[in-house]
Design a protein around this ligand. Structure first.
Ligand SMILES: [Zn+2]
Length: 201
């Protein structure tokens, strides 16, 4: 799957599994599900790794703009909400753990460590320390990515460090199924949130 399809599937799965009409949860949760769905592919070869950081940068800019709009309109600080006002003494070690995991992910072969159960658990720990209950959104984005990759022809090492991998060989990574999943996911997200946002505005 392409990066944008993973983002859309992750946000869509989180939207359907954790429905809410609270603007804080919608924005904060969606941001975390997108991070979860993107971070899995930090192990992609160089050129695509650059795409990952481009996607992450783009999402951060969008979140910053939306966050400022929400702060202005509803007087809600979305950034404090995402970090759940966690003390600095907890955020710093959690960020260090996350950084170590990202370096490990960058260095590991594609579709191995970050695409495994052990990788998921390890990444979820620092996110849980930093965001508390909101980590569920991150987890859904992360798991949705792994499940979507399973549909591809190239296998993922879900039980890493064991060598055996899984591939359902249902579609190629950037073919018609990828496009349909992207369009379908975006459509569901738009439908799910349109009424909520319009009622708030
Ligand atoms: Zn992947």
């Amino acid at each position: 799957m392409t990066g944008k399809t993973h983002m859309a599937i992750g946000a869509c799965a989180a939207t359907l599994m954790l429905p809410s009409n609270d603007i804080k949860i919608i924005l904060g949760g969606t941001a975390l599900s997108v991070v979860g769905s993107l971070i899995v592919d930090i192990d992609t070869p160089k050129s695509k790794g650059a795409t990952f950081f481009k996607n992450l940068f783009g999402c951060t800019i969008i979140l910053l703009i939306l966050g400022l709009v929400v702060k202005e309109k509803f007087n809600i600080n979305i950034f404090n909400y995402i970090t759940q006002n966690t003390e600095f003494s907890k955020i710093i070690p959690a960020l260090c753990i996350l950084l170590i995991l990202i370096v490990l992910g960058l260095k590991s072969p594609h579709r191995s460590f970050t695409h495994s159960i052990i990788g998921f658990i390890l990444f979820a720990i620092p996110i849980y320390i930093m965001t508390g209950e909101l980590y569920k959104w991150f987890a859904i984005g992360y798991i949705a990515h792994i499940l979507a990759d399973m549909l591809n022809k190239k296998e993922i090492k879900i039980l890493y460090p064991l060598k055996k991998g899984i591939a359902l060989s249902f579609c190629s990574a950037d073919g018609i199924v990828d496009k349909l999943l992207f369009i379908g996911s975006v459509g569901i997200i738009v439908l799910a949130y349109a009424s909520c946002i319009s009622s708030l505005w």
